[in-house]
Write a protein that binds this ligand. Structure first.
Ligand SMILES: O=C(O)CCC(=O)C(=O)O
Ligand SMILES: [Fe+2]
Length: 767
């Protein structure tokens, strides 16, 4: 069978070759009879088919250039005959698949029909399915025969007596297989492309999901890290808080230690100062006692240990003391030791002046012999006693002779005129000679001129009759009035100069002082520090305000009120103000900045204006004192614009008490700033009107005149009429600082006139 098949195949192959040759010959022959072969290069062919007929020829396309015309019939593609009625897509596909350059065979329609020749080979017919297949699996129409073998192509393409040759069959089989292979290849290609796309897509997906997984993992890791860091930062924060708390404790301990050390330093300084003061005081007392007893050896012993002049600086030199005590032995020794003869003490007195006052003729003579200046004049001076309440004016321009006459010392006067007779004619600043002074001074207190003064007068002008006592008194009063005018002018001038000097000097802040609380000097809203009930009452409209303020004040004695102004608060205004004052005082000591004393009675504390606290002072006066004054005394104080603000401090070693007095004010606000203390209450006797109250000094422990005593508390103030008689009891322990505002109308009476007006002696501090 195989041999048969092989033989059949071989025969078929030979037959096929023959047919092919024959077909080519026939085709060539047919070409000359209306067939046309056109070769197409790559690119558009330039025609469109409808079925197998050319429907449209593109102008200038390949087809037109080669003479293809609409209506031409395509009969073969690359030498393969197109079967009858092929599917249009198949023809198109065959055309597409033709390898270029490729040959197409067209038949001009006019020449088509019977004359058309079959091409050398035929395409297999496009099959619609298997139903029309013949026995051998091929349809008859699958095969074409060369056209010249047919009489009429339209009648049948297949000659009835021509069986499809085995060669044609094989060829057809081959082409069918090729065709299928091609379509399979295309499918494969499509599959491959799809596969590629899918793979790509899958890769992308995989990449995406990998990236997503990685991001997720990273996210988780980051979350873990964040949680860890959060935990760590929470711990750090906690630790930080702990450290902060520790730091705060440490810094407050530090502050306390610093405060303590500053206090200790202050205390140590004070102790040293007071120790050296004690030593000085002891030496001074020893020197004074030696000179008073005219104990020359003892005096020399002390002077060998210490500088006598500096010891005696408060009273003058050692020679001043020796002449004051009338000690000839010591005077002689000091003169022999070349003591300065004409030196002045703080009041402008020389040793000769004192000798003349004391009247020791021997001492006066020693000084005359030592060539003391006999013409050295005194100067106008005002001595203030009793806290400034009492003043004594002393005439300037007086020589030692005037002083000997004034004090009725005939021996001293005799020694002086004996030394220089011209002294008798010298006039003092009142225009009085020593003779005038001897008589007028003697008469001025209402009594008779003493014998000793008369003796001096007689010595100076023998036989000259003195004027009557009344005349002398009038002359003395005239002298005193002149002197007072001179001294008032001098005092006013000195005050003015002192104020100017202060102004020119500037404030501590101009000299490097840095306040811990600068707003205190510039822009403090006082209301936010006031005790809430007071702040609320002050905020009310005028009519309601007076009542509310009255309700907050306790009248502890007539015209003496107590009220809480600031809360008792460690961070509050009073405590901070106290801190500020301490800082200023410390700075002043370190910078040798002179702080003036608050008034002529209190020695410790400071004047607010001097340190730049004017603003605070005015605010307190305007926002607190004025509304309170008009609520408590609606008619009394119309003008309180002149204000003296100062602080006073009491403690052991400084001022411990304040003697009974009236203030140099019409209205006083006395606010306790703080400190820790015992005792030191303020007592009130009653109003200035009672002239029977002698302002007994010292204030008796069991005083029957006291109407009330106020115990100070930080933040609580007293508001009282300045002319109420009052004083501060001794502090028994600790330290107390108060802020005092003296308010009065401008040019109100000065303190002496104050006292004069209440008709008696007593104390009144000056400012
Ligand atoms: O509180 C003080 O120490 C001074 C009392 C006083 O003199 C006053 O209130 O005017
Ligand atoms: Fe007072």
């Amino acid at each position: 069978m195989e041999t048969w098949l092989k033989a059949a195949r071989d025969q078929a192959a030979r037959l096929g070759e023959d047919i092919q040759k024959q077909a080519i010959l026939l085709a060539d022959d047919a070409g000359q009879k209306g067939k046309r072969e056109v070769t197409f290069r790559a690119g558009p062919m330039g025609f469109e088919l409808e079925g197998v007929h050319v429907a449209f020829v593109e102008p200038d396309g390949q087809a037109q250039q080669q003479g293809v015309c609409p209506g031409d019939k395509l009969i073969s593609i690359a030498g393969y005959v197109i079967p009858e009625n092929p599917k249009e897509e198949s023809v198109k596909r065959w055309l597409d698949e033709m390898i270029r350059p490729g040959r197409l065979t067209f038949m001009t329609e006019a020449k088509s029909g019977a004359s058309s020749l079959p091409p050398a080979v035929a395409f297999p017919k496009e099959s619609d399915g298997g139903e029309s297949l013949g026995e051998d699996g091929w349809q008859d129409s699958d095969f074409a025969v060369p056209a010249d073998m047919l009489d009429d192509a339209s009648s049948s393409r297949r000659s009835p007596d021509l069986e499809p040759s085995p060669e044609a069959r094989l060829r057809a089989e081959l082409y069918a297989a090729k065709d299928e292979a091609r379509s399979l290849e295309r499918e494969l290609e499509d599959c491959r492309a799809e596969c590629h796309e899918l793979r790509h897509f899958a890769a992308e997906k995989a990449d995406g999901s990998l990236a997503a997984t990685r991001s997720e993992e990273r996210l988780l890791r980051l979350n873990d890290q964040v949680a860890l860091q959060r935990k760590e930062s929470e711990e750090l924060r906690k630790r930080n808080r702990e450290l902060q708390a520790q730091l705060e404790t440490l810094s407050s301990t530090c502050d306390e230690l610093r405060r303590e050390s500053a206090q200790n330093e202050d205390r140590a300084m004070e102790a040293m100062e007071s120790r050296s003061q004690v030593l000085e005081e002891e030496e001074k007392a020893e020197l004074l006692s030696a000179i008073a007893n005219d104990d020359v050896l003892q005096m020399l012993a002390v002077l060998r240990r210490a500088d006598g002049n500096s010891l005696m600086s408060s009273v003058g030199s050692a020679l001043h003391v020796a002449t004051m005590y009338g000690s000839p032995g010591c005077t002689k020794q000091l003169l022999a030791d070349r003591a300065t003869i004409d030196c002045c003490d703080k009041d402008g007195h020389t040793p000769l002046h004192y000798a003349a006052v004391e009247g020791d003729a021997e001492v006066v003579q020693l000084l005359i012999d030592a060539r003391a200046d006999l013409f050295f004049p005194t100067r106008d001076a005002r001595a203030r006693l009793m806290g400034g309440g009492l003043s004594i004016d002393m005439a300037g321009g007086r020589t030692a002779l005037h002083l000997a006459a004034e004090n009725g010392n005939p021996e001293a006067a005799s020694a002086l005129v004996g030394a220089c007779g011209a002294l008798a004619a010298v006039l003092d600043l009142d225009g009085a000679t020593a003779w005038d002074v001897a008589l007028r001074e003697g008469a001025k207190n209402g009594g008779h001129v003493s014998k000793s003064r008369l003796a001096v007068a007689e010595l100076l002008h023998p036989g000259k009759a003195p004027p009557s006592c009344e005349e002398l008194r009038a002359l003395a009063a005239h002298d005193a009035a002149q002197r007072k005018r001179r001294l008032d002018d001098l005092e006013a001038q000195q005050k003015q100069q002192a104020a100017l000097r202060k102004e020119m000097r500037g404030l501590p802040a101009d000299h490097g002082y840095q306040s811990p609380w600068p707003q205190l000097y510039t822009g403090l809203d006082l209301r936010q520090y006031l005790s809430p009930p007071l702040a609320a009452a002050l905020a009310l409209p005028t009519a309601a305000r007076a009542k509310a303020l009255q309700a907050l004040c306790a009248e502890i004695a007539p015209e003496v009120f107590a009220l809480r102004v600031f809360p008792e608060d460690e961070e509050g205004l009073t405590a901070r103000l106290l801190e500020e004052l301490t800082a200023i005082e410390r700075w002043a000591t370190q910078s040798a900045w002179e702080l003036s004393r608050p008034n002529s009675m209190n020695r410790y504390g400071l004047v607010l204006r001097d340190v730049g606290l004017d603003f605070f002072l005015q605010t307190l006066q305007a926002q607190c004192v004025r509304p309170l004054a008009s609520a408590l005394w609606p008619e009394k104080y119309r003008d309180l614009s002149e204000v003296h603000g100062f602080t006073v401090r009491y403690k052991e070693g400084e001022d411990r008490l304040l003697e009974t007095h009236v203030d140099s004010s019409e209205l006083t606000l006395n606010l306790c700033l703080g400190g820790s203390f015992q005792g030191g209450g303020v007592y009130f006797h009653g109003h200035h009107g009672s002239s029977e109250d002698p302002m007994e000094t010292p204030h008796p422990a069991n005083c029957t005149r006291c109407l009330a005593t106020h115990c100070h508390q930080p933040g609580v103030a007293l508001l009282h009429d300045g002319r109420c008689i009052h004083g501060a009891q001794p502090l028994s322990a600790g330290e107390r600082t108060n802020l005092v505002l003296w308010c009065r109308a401008p040019a109100a009476l000065n303190s002496a006139a104050w006292l004069g007006w209440r008709g008696g002696a007593g104390q009144c501090p000056e400012w």
